[in-house]
Design a protein around this ligand. Structure first.
Ligand SMILES: OC[C@H]1O[C@H](O)[C@H](O)[C@@H]1O
Length: 299
């Protein structure tokens, strides 16, 4: 079982010709409300990939429908708390190239107490996996707590903020970064090559496993002296929202099923290629059969 300590957001998505500029009022011709949040997207991706996942989260009681939606997708929901605070939400602009710009309101995602985190970790067993992104509060407490309980911590540093550099990342088992996140954390130029970023990761984080995602280029996996690359499938992106989350979820479900890192990369890149061809966050995450199909066609 993967326990995902993750955000739950309501996404308000607007298609725009370009991202709105300071002082400008820009009209959007298309608008959609849907389920999102990096945490929820990753839980759904694990479940759609046929992995076993239980979501730890907080959402407003007004948005209790989220729980039914996750449950019917196969995500464990018993530790999702309904709150009096407003849910986290995101205002997402999608431009003509399918790229996104996201404004985030944390809401209930930032209401975890130390007591609650201790209770969540207390129900795990040594060897369990805890997945974390950077949209909930308390990570500086949760990571050491999970590690001291014998859990394996997997961290996706999205969205990147200054606090990530103060987290005990060397205590994690596996880290997912994109190029911008890795460069910020390692204090390197964003134009740095993947090889340089990975070399610096090894120097700073030792033998922690690292997956470096490079969007339409592909993704790297590194562990000790083993380094692997898998190229992305060439597709036309219409909406890149949640592609990174889809990648993380599919990679972890494949790992949970005992596949080799090269196969985890293959499934994750195929799933992300499908996700960018659909609109929305949670709604764009493919089912395992679609991923099987695209892998079959491309080999
Ligand atoms: O990664 C995509 C997600 O980022 C933000 O958290 C939005 O909620 C969106 O669903």
């Amino acid at each position: 079982m993967i326990f995902n300590f993750g955000s739950i957001n309501i996404d308000y998505t607007y298609r725009v010709p370009y991202f709105v500029r300071p002082g400008e009022t820009l009209e959007s011709g298309e608008y959609n409300i849907g389920l999102g949040g990096k945490g929820v997207n990753q839980s759904l991706a694990i479940a759609r990939a046929k992995g076993r996942v239980s979501h730890w989260g907080r959402v407003s009681s007004i948005d209790a429908w989220v729980i039914s939606e996750l449950e019917s997708a196969g995500v464990g929901v018993k530790d999702i708390e309904l709150t009096p605070e407003p849910s986290g939400h995101a205002i997402i602009q999608i431009d003509a190239l399918g790229e996104n710009a996201i404004l985030l309101f944390s809401g209930a995602n930032h209401g975890f107490t130390q007591e609650k985190m201790t209770a969540l970790i207390a129900q795990t067993a040594p060897g369990d996996t805890i997945l974390i992104q950077n949209e909930c509060n308390g990570l500086d407490q949760l990571i050491p707590l999970a590690v001291s309980h014998g859990c394996k911590v997997i961290f996706n540093s999205a969205p990147m903020t200054a606090k990530v550099s103060s987290l005990p990342l060397d205590q994690c088992e596996l880290l997912f970064f994109n190029r911008t996140e890795a460069a910020a954390l390692l204090e390197m130029p964003v134009e740095s090559s993947a090889a340089d970023l990975l070399r610096r990761c090894k120097k700073s984080l030792g033998d922690v496993e690292v997956v470096l995602t490079l969007g339409s280029e592909g993704a790297w996996y590194q562990r000790s002296s083993e380094t692997l690359f898998h190229a992305a499938l060439k597709v036309k992106a219409i909406d890149t929202t949640a592609a990174g989350d889809t990648f993380v979820g599919y990679f972890l479900a494949a790992r949970q099923a005992g596949l080799k890192p090269s196969q985890c990369l293959q499934r994750a890149t195929a799933a992300a290629a499908l996700a960018v061809q659909k609109r929305g966050a949670a709604s764009s995450i493919p089912m395992a059969e679609e991923v099987d199909g695209i892998i079959y066609q491309s080999t």
